[in-house]
Design a protein around this ligand. Structure first.
Ligand code: ATP
Ligand code: LTN
Length: 321
């Protein structure tokens, strides 16, 4: 079973990324799993070059600290494998303008700025290139990426029909239901790097006092009944889901143990701190050795290129290049 997934090195990683994506990557890692820090995708929005360079290394160290093992899976940086950009062009000549302009993420992000970049429109084609270069069977992504994955399938089928069978048509795998983490201040909106409210996100590298403060200030409701009910009690239910996600229980089981919001918040805060502390310690060690990180990235890129190269050549040849 070939797996591919990617994460954008924009901003800092938050517990939504961790519970919704990274932890599943760790659980599913095997020699057929390819995980990519998609720095080319990060260029679709305004980002300072020095920040991008640093954040790419931050993300690499974070993924390792969270448990990805480069001896088991392949972990690499997208821009270091040139076939991604090359395959992107081939697939831009397969995808249509109409289908790209209908993507909801594009409409959403383009609608929020003047003079958006062409890359914002073609973003899903690059994502299709990422996935198809590795003949991935499964692509673990959050709910928000489902439409992009559908487009990848469409592009793969169209290519195969037009030029002969080259691509594996991938399937999306949604994370467990409990893994959609909501903003702590606006619990009807998902926790998100690009729409960060200062107290709404818990970053993986927040220190214990910040974590404690954010959980204590998390928005709940006033009826003071601890019950898992996302529709009626979104804030409290989000805390219960987070708790369950870290402790391996169900939100309803967690709810049964508590009568007071304050007690739940105090225990949740302790649990999150206890879960993140070892990751933070490993992160600091790994991040300090930039040479080792660069070397590890180079080895990952080599392994990735061994798979992506031949597939790119086949696609290019099929198109007459
Ligand atoms: P942005 O807000 O800029 O789109 P993001 O915070 O959603 O960024 P991405 O890099 O787009 O993060 O996503 C990386 C992975 O994390 C994806 O698989 C995505 O589905 C998952 N993810 C992101 N936010 C959450 C969340 N709040 N809960 C669960 N999973 C999430
Ligand atoms: N668009 C994705 C990141 C991404 C990705 C991929 C995910 C880029 N290429 C390939 C899975 C497979 C997002 O989460 N924003």
């Amino acid at each position: 079973m070939r797996i591919f997934s990617g994460i954008q090195p924009s901003g800092s990683m938050h517990i939504g990324n961790y519970l919704g994506a990274v932890r599943q990557w760790v659980d599913a890692q095997n020699p057929e799993a390819f995980y990519c820090i998609v720095d080319l995708h990060a260029l679709t929005l305004q980002i300072d070059p020095a920040d991008l360079r640093e954040q790419t290394l931050d993300f690499l160290a974070t993924l390792l600290a969270a448990g990805l093992d480069p001896e088991v899976c392949t972990l690499f940086i997208q821009s270091q494998v040139p076939y991604h950009a090359q395959m992107n062009w081939l697939l831009e000549c397969v995808a249509s303008y109409g289908e790209l302009s209908r993507m909801t993420q594009f409409k959403d992000k383009a609608g929020r700025q003047e003079g958006y970049r062409v890359g914002l429109l073609t973003y899903p084609v690059l994502m299709a290139a990422d996935i198809l270069l590795y003949s991935a069977d499964q692509v673990p992504v959050g709910d928000d990426q489902r439409q992009h994955l559908e487009l990848t399938r469409e592009i793969a089928e169209r290519f195969n029909h037009r030029y002969g069978e080259v691509f594996t048509v991938p399937a999306g795998v949604q994370p467990r239901a409990s893994a959609r983490v909501m903003d702590l201040q606006e619990p009807t909106r998902k926790m998100s790097k690009s729409l960060a409210s200062p107290l709404g996100l818990i970053y993986l590298n927040d220190d214990p006092s910040e974590i404690d403060k954010k959980i204590k200030k998390a928005v709940t409701d006033t009826d003071n009944e601890v019950r898992f009910d996302p529709a009626v009690k979104p804030g409290l239910s989000n805390l219960l889901e987070m708790f369950a996600s870290f402790s391996g229980e169900t939100p309803a089981t967690v709810a049964q143990r508590y009568e007071r919001y304050g007690d739940l918040k105090a225990d949740l805060s302790a649990l999150v701190i206890e879960s993140l502390t070892p990751i933070q310690q490993r992160y600091r060690e790994l991040r300090a050795d930039v040479g080792a990180l660069r070397e590890l990235a180079a080895r990952g890129a080599e392994k990735a290129a061994d798979v992506a190269g031949p597939l790119y050549q086949r696609a290019a040849a099929a198109m007459g290049l």
